[in-house]
Design a binder for this molecule. Sequence first.
Ligand code: MN
Length: 200
Amino acid sequence: MGQSDKLAEYRRKRDFHLTSEPSGKEKIDGRKKNQFVIQKHDASNLHYDLRLQVDDVFASWAVPKGPSLDPDDRQLAIRTEDHPLQYGNFEGVIEEGNYGAGTVMIWDRGSFTNLRAQKEEDGSSLKQSLKDGKVEVWLEGEKLEGGYVLIRTDQGEDEQWLLKKLKDEKADGRRKPVNSQPRSVESGRTLQEIKAEANA
Ligand code: MN
């Protein structure tokens, strides 16, 4: 499947004459591998969009409560359509009337490793992990570090998954970056500042 096929749903939901989001045709550094981004998205409901690069697109989940560093937490993560890699650079306002209208912030980003691929008895690629409904990654972000697991719990129209911090040296039940580190890693702005500047 080419990038355009994987992005069919992404494109169907959007009119690129009306939204400032990338269409996926913009020029990009194609050499980057295993990127992740988490975008704080103040749409009809505030949520955090977790995106993991799988080849030439981002596999994506909407996490209403945002990621936790506490291995005792389980966060609902709703699988959403694949997004173009250009989306990882998008911060701004999706205008009213468009799909996902609201403010988008680059809350965290970095690279990841696929933990299942490293296990001798497993060795699963990320693509296979997505099919299996079990993804294990080690994130190297500016706010988040360490192992996370995503487990699919429901294969309905909107696939439901759970996001959970693995028990490792980066686990920390006291640190709550969703609350204590609310600003953009791209611009240092809050959601309110991004919105105000777009309207200025
Ligand atoms: Mn979203």
